[in-house]
Design a protein around this ligand. Structure first.
Ligand code: CMP
Length: 157
């Protein structure tokens, strides 16, 4: 099954939205296999957002993301990367579709409450960036048979 990295950003932590965000992912049927609160360090963020380093908002983004602690988690499920990205919605909160996390809780392009890995390669790199192997748990989700069909059980990703 696929795993993806989600960061509940400082704006969501500050606004008390952590429970709501976790609840949405759990309600969807995604499995939490790792979760922790952490103060994101500038050097980690510069690496994490290296693809934005030439943008004018880069310094502000690093400052924002390191301002107060964030919650990092790994979610697991069939095609979890796509499922989570759809739930999160587009970057600009004002444009994000209602029903998505950003569409419902953000009116900003920076304070957009969550980060979610873009694709498989990014998920692999980002999971390694924020979690040690021993922080990721492997356990049987009791309602698994009620969440997926029999043939989906054999779906690799
Ligand atoms: P995220 O999905 O984590 O990826 C890059 C982040 O940069 C994005 O969410 C926003 O938090 C931030 N971002 C994107 N566009 C802008 C912008 N125009 N101004 C400030 N921050 C931005």
């Amino acid at each position: 099954m696929e795993q993806t990295l989600v960061i509940v950003k400082p704006d969501a932590v500050n606004r008390g939205l952590v429970g709501e965000i976790v609840k949405r992912f759990e309600n969807k049927g995604l499995q939490i296999v790792a979760m922790k609160m952490l103060e994101l360090q500038s050097y980690t963020l510069k690496e994490h957002y290296a693809h934005h380093q030439d943008k004018e908002f880069f310094a502000e983004l690093i400052g924002f993301m390191s301002s107060i602690p964030s919650i990092a988690m790994i979610l697991q499920g069939k095609e979890a990367i796509t499922v989570v990205r759809k739930m999160v919605g587009s970057t600009q909160g004002r444009e994000a579709a209602p029903g998505t996390l950003r569409g419902d809780y953000s009116v900003s392009n920076q304070s957009n409450i969550v980060h979610a890995s873009e694709d498989k390669k990014a998920a692999e790199v980002e999971i390694k960036r924020f979690f040690k192997k021993e922080e990721i748990y492997n356990y049987q989700k009791m309602n698994f048979d009620w969440i997926y069909s029999k043939d989906e059980k054999y779906l690799k990703k």
